[in-house]
Design a protein around this ligand. Structure first.
Ligand SMILES: [Zn+2]
Length: 278
């Protein structure tokens, strides 16, 4: 529906609220699901080399870990997280392209979150060499450092374009104006990062992770993606590929159940299968 009036009608407001909630729930599911895929990527490189996984530790808002017996090729081990998730993410996007349901948006968000956060860590590994990431270790093992900012920028750009491409799954298409877009993006994404910040402050007392240097970059990034999303959806044919979807109550119930199951599994793994660092 296209509105010319100054105020949004109730159906429009409803649609925006649903999109905000779907964005938020997609982050709750997607960030943690991405972490699981990432650690699973490391695990595959360990199993392929004949090693044994002795434990996982999943952090809902920060780096997760895996513990294993010693393996021969460490470069492969560190690379596994970022690169083995890639084909899985592409598969999810292929499924979403076929099934076009709001239910696919959390899986899309897992991929988008993975691309963007991995891209950011790859760039940080070069700009801030002191921090411990998979990529700083790879550089330490001789991997050419200049490759990471290049892959990092490609990952971030791909993540951004992929989310814009799938926006019709949450009910946002080329007719959605900037006001509604900013509302959905900011109100749908920022609360997750605020929870992330509060959790880390309360349970880990991270002094170095200030609210400003976590949330400001997220707002800037989000604003940029929002700005480019409208012209892309209006003018580029590729971005009209998915017809706008109606988000229904049952979608929230199914995604909510998915979140409960995912967190329950992670809490159980952390309680009973979290190894000790070796
Ligand atoms: Zn990793």
């Amino acid at each position: 529906m296209h509105m010319n009036g100054q105020t949004a009608s109730n159906p429009d407001r409803n649609r925006i609220l649903k999109a905000v909630l779907l964005f938020f729930l997609a982050y709750m599911f997607g960030a943690l699901f991405h972490d699981i895929i990432h650690e699973f990527g490391h695990a595959i490189t360990i199993w392929v080399q004949g090693g044994t996984i002795t434990g996982f530790y999943f952090h809902p808002f920060d780096s997760s870990y895996n513990f294993s017996s010693a393996v021969g090729n460490h470069m492969f081990l560190y690379a596994g997280g970022a690169f083995i998730g890639l084909p899985l993410t592409i598969i999810f996007m292929g499924i979403a392209l076929r099934y076009r349901s709001p239910l696919m948006f959390p899986l899309i968000t897992a991929g988008v979150y993975g691309f963007i956060s991995t891209g950011v860590w790859m760039i940080k590994a070069v700009t801030t060499p002191g921090i411990a990431t998979d990529y700083t270790y790879m550089i330490g093992l001789g991997f050419p450092a200049f490759v990471f900012p290049i892959i990092g920028v490609i990952y971030i750009a791909f993540g951004m374009l992929a989310r814009i491409f799938f926006l019709p799954l949450v009910g946002i298409d080329y007719e959605t104006r900037y006001g509604a877009r900013f509302t959905v993006y900011l109100a749908g994404i920022i609360p997750w990062f605020i929870i992330h910040w509060v959790y880390n402050m309360v349970f880990h007392g991270y002094p170095e992770l200030s609210f400003v240097n976590l949330v400001i970059p997220v707002i800037v990034y989000t604003a940029l993606e929002t700005l480019i999303s409208l012209p892309l959806q209006r003018k580029v044919k590729l971005f009209k590929r998915i017809p706008v979807q109606q988000v229904k109550l049952r979608h929230f119930l199914i995604i909510g159940a998915g979140i409960v199951i995912l967190y329950a599994v992670v809490i159980l793994v952390n309680a009973f299968f979290s190894g000790t660092p070796q």
